[in-house]
Design a binder for this molecule. Sequence first.
Ligand code: FE
Length: 214
Amino acid sequence: MSHSHHHDDHDHHHEHDNRYSDMQARVKALETLLAEKGLIDPAAIDAIVETYETKIGPRNGAAVVAKAWSDPDFAEWLKQDATDAIASLGFTGRQGEHMRAVFNTPDTHNLVVCTLCSCYPWSVLGLPPVWYKAPAYRSRAVINPRAVLEEFGLTLPSTKKIRVWDSTAELRYLVIPEKPAGTEAMDEAQLAALVSRDAMIGTAIAGQPSEETA
Ligand code: FE
């Protein structure tokens, strides 16, 4: 009884740190066991992790946004069937099988969260940032998105609506930021450089063109 009470108390205060290190230890133990039994190849696991850490990242998503800004037909396709439109650029696979693109407008800002865990569109954004997986973000993004955005340094006019999208294992969201003013002459590569990872989660907006590139 006293043990279980102590345990609850302990969990309550150190919940998150312990959960993540427990999880890492379990993953490591499982990986070692599977490798010993010859069921997995550690080099293959390393290659997958390395791919998501270095090759598949937010530049994929930025290319999708830049194309949507430059090509109205692509933007329409992205609205109707984001999975297919994104796959047409070669971005497919793990954690990106079912995608939905949500477009920011002058009236509405979109913000993505996974309240249950950390579902995230890996194929277009790579691996999620630590804060995206943090319980504070996951709960507060829904309860008080405006305050959360303020903490990210994004102050939206009070007249702008904020829509919060809760990712699931089945459906992942990509925010299409508004195209900044003064970018009419830019090509897709220049436009993509204005699109940060956070702008595609909704905790930022697209960057303004600098004087040299405008
Ligand atoms: Fe999740």
